[in-house]
Design a protein around this ligand. Structure first.
Ligand code: ALA
Length: 484
């Protein structure tokens, strides 16, 4: 089943259950407290929190999301993507545990011919809160789940909230057992890696009012008048299960980019069980990040040095670097980006309309980075050769700073490149030098404003030359000193 079809089935199913269908909001979060839309519920926070009346009692959507907190896991596991789509259904004071759980079970296990997903119910496991007698009753007595497949977890592991005073509640998480090839038996409770019991769908039962407190350390102040449902099913996860693939990088919306990367590099990608081969990992990273860059630029994000722009810049740079490590040094976005657009446009036709702008932004950013890389890599390689000759394993903060200051290498790039050689970077010293540079810039700005001169540069020059220098004044664009 194609990913776009899984998406359509989701929307059709919930439309039949009288849900209003809401289009995905952009990746730039409508909630100002977060940079990106990270979950399906983000556009509905005011209705769940109760600060605005909900225009509809029940809604469904397939929301574009970006999460980069696990960027280092991308390509290494079966399921970490920086871009993903979250299928969600929501009730604002309408149906609750029984309705949400029954619909979830029906859609997952119902027949493919009837527009559902046709999963084998015997392979599903559910985790609930240990004190949630209502959820236990629904799953065991009304749905008929095998009691062996229901596991109860303590509050710290199975509650969800917005991170601030407001609604909170226990979840029911639905997992799919991928079998003994993926780990020992025992259910999701014992599967710390999450590979065997793949979490597919999280049903959040917003039923309590939470008080102040950080993390999971907050009091429950009582029951909410209006109980809400917020659910999230990972579209890519369901797609790789239904397509008989081992990971999210091999689904129809992602794999064509891996195929292109193989063609460009002449390297062979190993399909099947997700391998740890560095080249396979690089191709998965490329496929994931190209797609994220495509979707971010499509939603108006532009490369920059901070915030969202920096996330995009970093994704583009990681693609370029990964392709270089695969042996491709020519520009890669003109080959890879159209492939990603082609497969994503079935669900997001606006990508075709905006293609001219999207491609220009991506290609220009790649060109700029290629220029940075060319000059900086030479200096980096020399520093690494020196270290290796001295049998040292730490790149000095001074070298990392010089790479940043002179060649525009962001520190995370230096760290990543150093790691590939088994070398650490003295981050503390780097941070100190960055701070000193900032302080200097501040003092210079003040000196310019007040007419005072920062004399330190002369003292440094004196120390270097071994004799005094005299400040003789500013010219148009420089500051002069005379050797005495
Ligand atoms: N908001 C819930 C989640 O992100 C559904 O898991």
């Amino acid at each position: 089943m194609q990913t776009s079809e899984i998406r359509t089935r989701w929307l059709d199913y919930f439309a039949k259950q009288e849900h209003h269908l809401a289009p995905s909001v952009p990746l730039v979060s409508p909630d100002k407290s977060i940079l990106f839309t990270i979950a399906g519920m983000v556009p509905f926070i005011p209705y769940i929190v109760g600060t605005e009346p909900a225009p509809w009692p029940r809604v469904a959507s397939v929301q574009k999301c970006i999460r980069t907190n696990d960027i280092d896991e991308v390509g290494k596991t079966t399921r970490h993507g920086t871009f993903f789509q979250m299928c969600g259904n929501f009730s604002f004071g309408d149906y609750f545990k029984q309705g949400a759980s029954k619909m979830a079970w029906d859609l997952l296990t119902g027949s493919v011919k009837e527009g559902k997903y046709g999963l084998d119910g015997d392979k599903l496991w559910v985790t609930i809160w240990e004190q949630d007698a209502e959820a236990e009753d629904v799953w065991l007595n009304q749905i008929g789940l095998d009691p062996m497949h229901l596991q109860k977890l303590p509050r710290e592991e199975i509650f969800w909230d917005t991170g601030q005073p407001g609604p909170a509640g226990p979840c029911a998480e639905i997992h799919f057992d991928r079998g003994s090839a993926y780990g020992p038996e025992g259910g999701p409770e014992v599967d710390t890696g999450g590979d065997r019991y793949l979490e597919l769908w999280n049903l959040v039962f917003d039923q309590y009012l939470r008080g102040e407190g950080l993390g999971k350390d907050y009091p429950l102040l009582g029951e909410l008048d209006k109980k809400c449902i917020d659910t999230g099913l990972g579209l890519e996860r369901l797609a790789f299960l239904l397509q008989g693939k081992d990971n999210m990088y091999e689904i129809d919306q992602v794999f064509p980019v891996i195929e292109k990367a193989q063609e460009l590099s002449g390297k062979h990608y190993t399909q099947g069980k997700t391998s740890k081969d560095p080249d396979d990992i690089r191709m998965r990273v490329v496929a994931d990040h190209v797609r994220s860059a495509l979707m971010l630029i499509g939603d108006g994000v532009r490369p920059g040095n901070d915030g969202r722009g920096y996330v995009l810049r970093r994704l583009i740079r990681r693609v370029v670097r990964a392709m270089r490590l695969l042996g491709v040094s020519k520009p890669v976005f003109p080959d890879l980006l159209p492939v990603s657009k082609q497969v994503m446009a079935a669900s997001y036709p606006e990508l075709d309309k905006d293609w001219q702008t999207i491609s220009t932004v991506a290609y220009e950013e790649e060109d700029a980075f290629r220029r940075t890389l060319e000059s900086g890599t030479l200096i980096f390689d020399q520093a690494v050769t020196r270290l290796k000759q001295r049998h040292e394993s730490q790149l000095s903060g001074k070298d990392a700073f010089a790479l940043h200051d002179t060649y525009g290498f962001p520190i995370d790039l230096t760290i990543e490149m150093a790691e590939e050689h088994g070398i650490q970077v003295d981050r503390e010293k780097f941070a100190q030098l960055m701070q000193e540079q900032k302080n200097r810039a501040r003092e210079d700005a003040r000196a310019k404003k007040t007419g005072h001169v920062d004399a330190r540069i002369y003292h440094e020059l004196e120390a270097e030359l071994g004799h005094e220098v005299e400040f003789v004044g500013y010219t148009e664009d420089s500051c002069n000193a005379k050797v005495i």
